[in-house]
Every structure is written in structure tokens, then in C-alpha cells.
Design a protein around this ligand. Structure first.
Ligand code: FCB
Length: 444
């Protein structure tokens, strides 16, 4: 009996065997599993990042004003608006059982109070498409982008921001809610607070100001604001929006698990002084942990790296540490650590709504996935309840201000033909998902 781990050689063999390979791995596990059978294994996308031509959204305007922080506009993105069935086929062929995706508010309510039945039907077909393929639909109600009119009236900070979002959630739920498996109200509503604790290039906030001013001018709406680019701390407005959305969703389907997807970094101390890290935790996580205790069924954790802090603030990664192409340290143990921290802070089960790395060299992702999952298993063995893992991202997609530069996908997308091609890392995740194991015996 030869014990085979996820060595590069073994994995390339799996890849060569094509998409059916994960099922082969599964047949050899004889019931021993590292992860529970009911675990959700998925990949994640966001509507604006993959659909294309999201012209009624705030992001589309921000991408096109001058000056803009966006390296390039989203354009057709991955054309997933039309190719969503292909995307779902891929998720299924890889051996996963869940798909996290967003419904785009700007398409469903392109003008205030004008709801598009056709677009709701479109997302209904996607949800049905998931169910037909045995994929649990994990649906995000707002993933950074909002209708342009909503941004123009001051975004979630406007006096009726939370109510307008709850109205949208109510409409979407009436159309789609009976078939959703998990609902995520907001994606990383703590990101504006978080950005204050990472080292942003000094010109960044100046660029934000100029871009928002240009968008205010172009739209004739002086209050124009954005979720990704916020000059003030918007935590209380985002918390209020989450609570109202949670209530609207639960009012229609009390049994549907509802949560929020938080950006959670693995914050580590260098030395004894906890004051800077404690300040970050108070500002970035604790308000959300509080609300999650009363107004969420699970906590969505989105983790990409660790950060180290001393008395004065952020300490750079150790010399020689492996780095992802977006400048973040590759530190696979951060996933388990952030999951443990989020559970300790909330007492709620964790759903990993995002985890991944920016890497054009897929070998880095091939190593990162099993390594980060190994750390996750340690935390689960400690007793932390984890519902599932959705890898960011299914596709190489539009990464906000970085445009199409950073590649997070399990699957590459040709920018002209939109042809999708699964990478070896996708098969690795599929093999783990199918077998429930981080390694397996290949000659049982
Ligand atoms: C997260 C976002 C997601 C994606 C990844 C790389 O913060 O939620 O949309 O851009 O980062």
C-alpha cells in the first residue's frame, strides 16, 4: 500500500487524467475522511467581477471617470452573464458541491423602485442550474457594487440606505428565496475599516477623493459614495444595513441560514505589545462579531493572508517570505487561524466564503490549497464548527482596481474568446472535495 500525498507529480497525473479524476480519488478512500461528508466544497465569484457590462452600477461609473483608480475597466469581464451555465458545469465537473455567486442589485433595480422581473428570472435560472447540478447555491446579496443611483444618494450612509437595501433583499427573496441554500447579506462590509490598518500607498486616499469627486460630477450627485473607497468609517451604516437585510430575509424564510462575509486577516503580534492589534480588532472585527451573535446564523470568513504588528503598527513580512502577486504574504496557516478567531468572537459556525491567492504561477495555488486546508482541519479537530469552504475564485476575473492583472482563478479565461480552461489547482481542490481527504492511498 503506497501512501500518496499531494505532491506536484501526483497532482500533475491527476490533471492529465482530466476532470473525471477526482471521482477516482474518491473511490479509493474507503470511508476514511479528513472532512465531514456534508462539508460544502465550492468556489466563489462576484457578479460585477465576472458578468460583464454592469453598466447601471456605481463601479462601472468609477471605472470610467477621470481620474480613476481602476487600472482598466471591467468591460465584458468573463461574460458570465451569458456563460453562467458553462461556469456551473465547470464547478460540477471539478467535483465541487457548492457555488457562491452574487445577484447584482444594479441589474435587478437599475432605477429606484424599478425592479426587473427578467433579471430576477435570470438569477432564478442560475439558482435552478445549481440545484440541477447538485450544487448548493450560496448567494451574496451585495458584493461591493451597488446601483449607481444608490451610490449617488450617499450609499449605505444615506438616511434610507439600510431600508432600500432591505427592500431589495425582500424583492429578491420573494422571487428566489425558496431555492437558496445560504444567504450572505454583504461582502466584506468591514473592508473600509480594514484598509486603515494596512499599509496603503500614500497617494491612495488622494486618488479616492479625486475619483469620487469625478463620479459626483459626472453623475450630478454630490453625495456619490462607494463601499470599496470610503473616506470615513462606514461601519455603523453597514451594520444597520446587514441587520435590516437579515430581518427581511428571515421574515420570508426563517430557516434559511443567513450570514455576512467578513474580511478576516490572521493578526499576529511581534513582541508583547497588543495595543495596535487590539485597536484593529476593535475597529474592524468586533462590531461585526457583536452583530453576528444576534443577527446571523453563521459567520462568513474571507481570508488571504496574515498581518504582523508591533507597538507602532504593521511589520513587513519576514525577509524571504513567499509573496503573492498582489503583494500579500503567502501564509497558508492564516486560514485556520482566522477561522478560529472568528468562531471564538461569535460562537457561530463558520463558512469560508473566500480563501485563495493571487498567483499567475498555478504551482503556488496547487500548494496553497492543501496547505491551508490542513490548517483548517487542525482547527476543526479542535472543535470549531465549519460548514464549508468556497475558494476565491472560480475564474481569473476582474479584480477591482487591479483590473485583470491578479489571477486568483482555479480556471483561466481567455480575454477574447472567453474560453475557460481548468488549472491543475482546480483538480486538486476537486480531488480533496470528492475524497474528503488531504491525501489518499492510491492502490487500495
Ligand atoms: C476580496 C473580495 C473579492 C476579491 C478578493 C481577491 O476582498 O471580496 O471580491 O476581489 O478579495
Amino acid at each position: 500500500m503506497t501512501k500518496v500525498d499531494l505532491s506536484r507529480r501526483a497532482l500533475l497525473g491527476i490533471c492529465a487524467a482530466g476532470v473525471a479524476a477526482p471521482a477516482l480519488a474518491a473511490s479509493k478512500t474507503k470511508g476514511r475522511r479528513d472532512f465531514p461528508g456534508a462539508f460544502l466544497w465550492g468556489s466563489a465569484t462576484a457578479a460585477h467581477q465576472v458578468e460583464g457590462n454592469n453598466v447601471a452600477s456605481d463601479m462601472w461609473l468609477l471605472e470610467h471617470v477621470k481620474p480613476t483608480l481602476f487600472a482598466e475597466p471591467s468591460g465584458d469581464a468573463c461574460d458570465s452573464l451569458h456563460r453562467w451555465a458553462q461556469d456551473l458545469d465547470l464547478v460540477k465537473a471539478l467535483g465541487l458541491n457548492a457555488y457562491r455567486f452574487g445577484i447584482e442589485w444594479a441589474r435587478i433595480e437599475p432605477e429606484p423602485g424599478q425592479f426587473s422581473t427578467a433579471m430576477l428570472d435570470h438569477y432564478g435560472r442560475m439558482i435552478d442550474g445549481c440545484l440541477q447540478r447538485g450544487l448548493a447555491p450560496i448567494v451574496t446579496f451585495s458584493h461591493f457594487s451597488v446601483p449607481r443611483w444608490f451610490a449617488g444618494q450617499g450609499h449605505f450612509q444615506s438616511p434610507d440606505g439600510a431600508d432600500l437595501f432591505a427592500r431589495f433583499c425582500d424583492r429578491a427573496m420573494r422571487h428566489l428565496g425558496d431555492r437558496i441554500a445560504y444567504a450572505v447579506t454583504l461582502n466584506e462590509p468591514n473592508v473600509s475599516a480594514l484598509l486603515r490598518f494596512v499599509a496603503l500607498p500614500p497617494a491612495f486616499m488622494g486618488g479616492v477623493k479625486a475619483m469620487l469627486a469625478a463620479a459626483a460630477k459626472a453623475s450630478g450627485r454630490p453625495a456619490f459614495a462607494s463601499a470599496l473607497f470610503s473616506e470615513q468609517d462606514v461601519t455603523s451604516a453597514m451594520v444597520a444595513a446587514h441587520i435590516k437585510a437579515y430581518q427581511a430575509i428571515k421574515a420570508l424564510r426563517p430557516a434559511l441560514p443567513v450570514g455576512v462575509g467578513l474580511a478576516v486577516e490572521d493578526d499576529q503580534l511581534v513582541g508583547e505589545d497588543n495595543s495596535y492589534r487590539a485597536a484593529k480588532r476593535r475597529a474592524v472585527y468586533e462590531p461585526w462579531f457583536d452583530v453576528t451573535r444576534t443577527h446571523a446564523d453563521f459567520i462568513g470568513v474571507q481570508n488571504y493572508t496574515r498581518r504582523r504588528y508591533d507597538t507602532r503598527g504593521l511589520v513587513p513580512p519576514p525577509a524571504g517570505a513567499p509573496m503573492a502577486s498582489d503583494g500579500r504574504e503567502i501564509y497558508p496557516a492564516s486560514l485556520g487561524n482566522s477561522v478560529r478567531y472568528a468562531h471564538q468572537g461569535t460562537g457561530k459556525p463558520v463558512l469560508i466564503t473566500e480563501s485563495g491567492i493571487a498567483a499567475s504561477d498555478d504551482a503556488l495555488r496547487q500548494a496553497y490549497i492543501p496547505q491551508s486546508l490542513r490548517g483548517l482541519k487542525v482547527v476543526m479537530d479542535e472543535g470549531v464548527p465549519v460548514l464549508g469552504y468556497t475558494h476565491w475564485s472560480l475564474l481569473d476575473n476582474f479584480e477591482w482596481i487591479s483590473g485583470y492583472g491578479p489571477q486568483f482563478g482555479l480556471v483561466s479565461v481567455d480575454r477574447k474568446s472567453f474560453v475557460r480552461q481548468a488549472k491543475p489547482s482546480a483538480r486538486i481542490l476537486g480531488a480533496i472535495a470528492q475524497s474528503g481527504m488531504l491525501s489518499w492511498d492510491n492502490d487500495l
